[in-house]
Design a protein around this ligand. Structure first.
Ligand SMILES: [Zn+2]
Ligand SMILES: [Zn+2]
Length: 334
């Protein structure tokens, strides 16, 4: 899994005192981009995966900047996915760094037994409602947590909310809460330089996906794709000149990339609507029709993406549900 990724890269300058570090991951997505502010307080934005090659690469790139794990004072976690916070606990142990993130991320970064049980029950119920065959539910549930060994829980010390600022390098960066890919995802924006750290909200070569999650406070399940599309348009309204991403290269045509992503989701929603005009289908049947047979974590992502599009079509009153034996079937209303 991805061990062929190129290693021993050099840190790349983003803006004064802020560098990009590219760290390998064991995941098909490839390396993850993290960012280090070399000015006080020395701050690492995202950590990479809890995986030895990632830790070694982080250490060697920090050494290129005359830094070490022990000198990190702050960690900013953009969202609670293993490739972005997996090493956080180890870094905190080595350095005593304070952990900053959006409050919505707290239960995912440092889950109690109750949170884990709540998430498992939520997913199990969602699989059944989506029409995942009973003999495949266990595989789906296992696929969902495939990345867990690559992250260690870490407790948050400080909240970062919409409107807060964070000092990175020579500048103050605005915190933007942009839920969608994850409910607590934050981007960081430097308005004078018009530089965006977009992490997984906007990637250059791949379309970021909205992922189904329970509400962090126990409310109704949030419609993540609806939120995601809203916050993509919000990114376009910034007129950023460059976006430094969570995976892959930086984006110099930010608004054109946003428009491309919006069109892609529109086309996918149209495709789903066309399928539902022909017959009523469950989310599982749709996912299979659209994405074909997937394996491992991808099976969960494909179903999640499908459910998110059904949420969007439902909010647009273009589809309606019917229920049979605990499974939700969707039909076009237009
Ligand atoms: Zn992510
Ligand atoms: Zn990621």
């Amino acid at each position: 899994m991805g061990t062929e990724q190129k290693e021993c890269r050099m840190p790349k300058l983003v803006t004064g005192g802020l560098y990009q570090l590219v760290l390998p991951t064991p995941f098909p997505v490839g390396p993850v981009n993290c960012y280090i502010s070399t000015r006080s307080p020395i701050t690492l934005v995202d950590t990479g995966t809890k995986w030895e090659p990632s830790l070694q690469e982080l250490k060697s790139q920090l050494a290129e900047l005359d830094l070490s794990l022990e000198r990190i004072e702050r960690l900013v976690i953009t969202h609670p996915h293993a490739d972005h916070y997996g090493l956080a606990s180890q870094i905190v142990s080595a350095s005593g760094a304070q952990v900053f993130s959006h409050p919505v991320n707290e239960s995912a970064l440092c889950p109690t037994a109750q949170h884990k049980q709540m998430r498992d029950e939520f997913c199990h119920q969602l699989m059944l409602e989506s029409g995942v065959p009973a003999d495949q539910v266990a595989d789906f549930m296992a696929a969902r947590v495939e990345t867990r060994p690559y992250a260690e829980p870490v407790c948050m010390d400080c909240e970062l909310n919409e409107g807060d600022t964070v000092k990175l390098g020579d500048a103050e960066w605005n915190v933007l809460h942009t839920p969608g890919h994850s409910g607590g995802l934050i981007c960081l924006y430097q308005p004078e330089c018009r530089v965006l750290l977009s992490n997984d909200h906007l990637l250059r070569n791949i379309s970021s996906n909205a992922i189904v999650e329970p509400d962090h406070a126990g409310g109704p399940r949030p419609h993540r794709l609806v939120q995601y599309l809203y916050h993509l348009e919000r990114i376009a309204s910034l007129h950023a000149s460059i976006a430094w991403t969570g995976h892959g290269g930086e984006i110099t045509d930010v608004n054109a990339t946003v428009r491309k992503r919006l069109r892609l989701h529109e086309r996918r929603a149209d495709h789903i609507l066309t399928l539902l005009q022909e017959q009523s289908l469950s989310a599982y049947q749709l996912s299979h029709t659209i994405f074909g047979t997937r394996h491992g974590f991808d099976t969960f992502l494909a179903l999640s993406e499908t459910i998110c599009h059904l949420d969007l079509l439902l909010e647009q009153s273009k589809i309606f549900p019917t229920y049979q034996a605990g499974i939700t079937f969707w039909t076009a209303a237009v």
